[in-house]
Design a protein around this ligand. Sequence first.
Ligand SMILES: [Fe+2]
Ligand SMILES: [Fe+2]
Length: 251
Amino acid sequence: MARIDEIVDGIYRISTTFDLDGFDFQFNQFLIDDERPALIHTGMYAMYDDVRGAVGEVLDPGRLAYVILLHFESDECGGMDRFLEGAPDSALACSAASVQLNLSGWNYRGRVEGHQDGEVIDLGKHKLRFLETPHVHHWDSMMLFDETTKSVFPSDLFIQPGDQPAIVTENLGSEMCGFYREMGIFAHEDPVRHVVDRIDRLGPDWIHGMHGGSLRRETIPSFVRALREEPFAYRGKVLGRELPTEIGAAQ
Ligand SMILES: [Fe+2]
Ligand SMILES: [Fe+2]
């Protein structure tokens, strides 16, 4: 079952913890209650009823104006078609690159708008600015910065495995980097550190990650430090599985 918590000023974290082969891992969606409400990430296809129910505790899901996709994976957007169908005035908002690379050239026919770096979606009180963050996980990746609450929505950056509280105050920076090395989700540290510096310059009051708890201003520096100082890029493991490193080793 999804639990829902208001983290700050109309931003709700909807969170479900799964047991993935012996370890706990959370999948979060963020609902912004505003004149034009937005849902950031939808969760996987099978999570739809639960996530919709959680949204319904705050507002009618038929009022959603935006479903926001930060990169194209099932935990980001597996429920997008049904959220869009259920909200007649809604649009899928994502990066311009996502539209070009992942939402055209096949039979996707949903309403979609692609955005470039610096563009802002005005929800009413909240203003969501798009940050294009290529190669922070995927080449179409983007993040959002809510100018009203100074909140970053970084998707899979600032991850914390485990069954975490809605707001994490612990320094889990080394655990985060170790988890990234096991999962192999970043090809290289450089593009990620470039974005970490950019986030740092924004001076956020909040970081609302997709996996784990939200981080307050005072907790953010320990995670930033770990990302600057510790290795976390791909080292031969994908989803915890060691891959052959020598040419021909897999034959
Ligand atoms: Fe991802
Ligand atoms: Fe994710």
